[in-house]
Design a protein around this ligand. Structure first.
Ligand code: PLP
Length: 381
């Protein structure tokens, strides 16, 4: 993927991962529920891959539920708590900074099950405002607290340890679900040490294929399954497991852990290079992502040209970036996260999200900056 700056939407799959998946599909395609030798071997392969995944994520193998992706994981966590026969306050706490996978699921729960959803506002950096969060936790009784960790529009990081501390102080029995889709590969993650009960992930954000993800659920937390059927995965997510895809997930996650520090260093340097180039070329811009955001996600306003126009010019030149979040790109509604930042009137319409990966090069960044400069010179009078 050349000139690709949208790794937050989906990531680059390197050749070794494609080769690994192809090889697995060719040799590891039996039904893990079958009783003959090849089926038993497929089940053993799924168990071994799950063990690897669990070990990298700091979880027990029984805490790993394989899903079709983070949207399913999030739906399973949120609806699973609502449907389970736990004590009910019919109230969920979340933030204004969530991905539509959470927002829309909560809207459904609110409408269909008569829940109250409390939305914690964000601070100027795009993080959940902890004073507000504390006040909400002190005032209401919740069934669930669900928050994103790394914001997919800004790269802002919710301070998980402080959030867990507040939850433990005010409502220790309320499960905390983390949308950790943009966490893996960007921040260290350990399920057990984090003190959370549920966490959702998607493999395609990490250099793996689409169609597979994870929900981590600790043993003490009860959820009702979303998908019923053959009773696979301790009946928490029925459906025949795909041994080749699960093995590929283990491969990608282990690889991510091995390359973690080196990749993050490369990406941090690429971000600095991008910002230096913009400055050097005298391009009028305002970095919207906070300084302590993960370097992979850089939202930048070019206040002279609407982001949609700039995006189209860049697309014609083969440069792939996004505005706000890819998941809401097709909708005309304004981005809720950017709305929270109290930016000058209308500036949210001028923001591009440039998301970086170690596969990006300085040459690509120079080309991107050059095209932005040419577009601004041509279209801004
Ligand atoms: N949560 C976050 C923060 C995301 O960035 C995404 C995808 O963009 C999702 C959830 C949904 O993931 P998927 O589309 O892989 O199900």
């Amino acid at each position: 993927m050349k000139n690709y700056f949208d790794h937050t939407a989906t990531s680059f799959i390197e050749q070794d991962v494609i080769d690994f998946l192809a090889e697995q599909l060719a040799k590891n395609n039996y039904n893990p529920a079958a009783r003959y030798t090849s089926g038993i071997e497929a089940a053993a392969s799924v168990a071994k891959s799950t063990q690897t995944i669990a070990s990298v994520l700091g979880a027990e193998p029984q805490e790993v539920i394989i899903t079709s992706g983070a949207t399913e994981s999030i739906n399973t966590a949120l609806k699973g708590i609502v449907f389970a026969p736990n004590p009910k306050h019919k109230r969920i706490l979340t933030s204004v900074g969530e991905h539509p996978a959470t927002n829309e699921t909560l809207k459904f729960i609110e409408c269909q099950f008569d829940y109250t959803i409390d939305y914690c506002p964000l601070n100027a950096k795009g993080e959940a405002d902890l004073l507000e969060l504390e006040s909400l936790l002190a005032t209401n009784q919740y069934d669930l607290l669900t928050l994103i960790q790394v914001n997919n529009v800004l790269g802002s990081v919710n301070p998980l340890a402080r959030i867990v501390k507040l939850r433990n102080q005010y409502q220790p029995n309320v499960p905390l679900h983390l949308d950790a889709v943009q966490t893996l590969g960007k921040l260290p993650f350990n399920f057990k040490k984090s003190g959370i009960e549920l966490a959702s992930f998607s493999l395609h954000k990490l250099g793996g294929p689409k169609g597979i993800g994870i929900l981590l659920k600790n043993k003490a937390t009860r959820i009702e399954p979303l998908i019923h059927g053959g009773g696979q995965q301790n009946a928490l997510r029925s459906g025949t497991e795909n041994p080749a895809l699960v093995a590929t997930m283990a491969y990608v996650i282990e690889r991510m852990q091995k390359n973690f520090e080196q990749s993050n260093l490369i990406i941090a340097n690429l971000k600095l290079f991008l910002l230096k180039q913009l400055k050097q070329e005298g391009i009028k811009h305002q970095v919207i992502s906070p300084d302590d955001a993960v370097p992979h996600i850089v939202s930048i306003a070019f206040p002279e040209l609407r982001a949609e126009t700039l995006l189209n010019i860049l697309a014609k030149e083969g440069m792939q970036v996004s505005i706000g979040s890819a998941c809401s790109n097709k909708k005309s509604e304004r981005n809720r996260v950017l709305q929270q930042l109290k930016l000058p009137q209308g500036l949210d319409q001028y923001i591009l999200r440039i998301s970086l990966d170690k596969s990006n090069s300085q040459t690509e960044i120079c080309d991107l900056v050059r095209i932005i400069k040419t577009a601004l010179a041509k279209y801004v009078v």
